[in-house]
Design a protein around this ligand. Structure first.
Ligand SMILES: [Fe+2]
Length: 307
């Protein structure tokens, strides 16, 4: 039961040489045993050495934002309830640059997306992923689609309850935030229908069930700390009393494509009146569905390329 998991607000073990924080590269520091045992199964803390890096100082972030197209900047009001749909999320009435300049008092949430398209940020993402790849390949082989995001948020702002599709480490650069994370493998917390909606691109925000609100891991993430988010583990985030800057490093693996395909197939079957079982319960059936999904996708692409 998740409710029995103690609240955690600790750093990784700094007595272990592998976790000792050193300035500069390597940027990430973690306990290899904890990493091997917990990656993709449950959240765990790591340490990082990026807080003083010039690429994450506010003036540099403002400069970066000025170079990004609108589709790479998402922002909105930050004083939000824990449960709210993307469509209902209010805007803040400012430009991205104004939002960043006034982030101390404009009560907003902003993310710079796919910052790895900038060579300097690409290098940092590459360096971080190169460090963890030897371990993740043993667990979820085939690291692909590396992406990085920078979150800049006002004191007290809320990121509503939601799920994400990637393997993720959130590295706290400035300020602190409280993260509440829920077991995405527990169907009483995240049910297969919610996952079908998510994988059919109907939104990532979820409705918090009141009886589940406290059934979570709770972390206060401070500068120099990072947290692993397993794929589609629900979470919501509350900024503490300072401006927060966080760097998110993400990637995907082929098993996630298969998972997405099966949930999308299940959605179609459900619309035809069937009651499909979620992926993971019948390996043969999962493989058959995935092959069928790929065959349909291939036929569709052949027809579309002929037109
Ligand atoms: Fe998230």
């Amino acid at each position: 039961m998740i409710s029995t998991i103690p609240t955690q607000a600790t750093t990784a073990n700094t007595e272990n040489e592998a976790t000792t924080v050193m300035p500069g590269r390597p940027y990430l520091h973690y306990d290899p045993n904890e990493f091997a045992n917990s990656f993709s199964k449950q959240p765990f803390l790591i340490d990082h050495a990026l807080c003083e890096h010039p690429l994450f100082q506010m003036e540099r972030l403002l400069e970066l934002a000025g170079t990004l197209p609108p589709c790479q900047i998402e922002y909105n009001a930050g004083k939000l309830p824990v449960s709210i749909s993307h469509e209902q999320t209010p805007q803040n009435g400012l430009s991205p640059a104004e939002t960043i300049r006034r982030i101390a008092d404009c009560e907003s949430w902003l993310v710079l997306k796919y910052v790895e398209k900038n060579a300097a940020y690409h290098q940092i993402l590459d360096d971080c992923l190169a460090q963890i790849r030897p371990l993740t390949e043993n667990i979820c082989p085939g690291m692909t689609k590396p992406h990085a995001f920078i979150f800049i948020t006002s004191p007290g702002s809320i990121t509503p309850y939601h799920i994400d599709p990637e393997h993720n480490f959130l590295l706290q650069i400035q300020g602190s935030k409280t993260i509440r994370m829920y077991d995405g493998n527990d169907p009483s917390i995240l049910n297969p229908l919610e996952l079908e909606h998510f994988y059919c691109d109907r939104g990532r925000n979820l409705v918090m069930q009141e009886q589940n609100r406290e059934r979570c891991w709770t972390y206060q993430l401070n500068p120099g700390q990072g947290l692993h988010f397993p794929v589609t583990f629900p979470h919501w985030v509350e900024n503490n009393e300072e401006i927060s800057i966080s760097f998110s490093i993400t990637f995907r693996t082929p098993d996630l494509d298969k998972r997405r395909a099966i949930f999308r197939t299940n959605d179609r079957l459900r619309k035809l009146g069937f009651q499909p079982t979620p992926p993971g319960q019948n390996r043969l059936r999962d493989t058959a569905y995935y092959q069928a999904f790929r065959a349909v996708r291939k036929v569709k692409s052949m027809f579309s390329s002929e037109q």
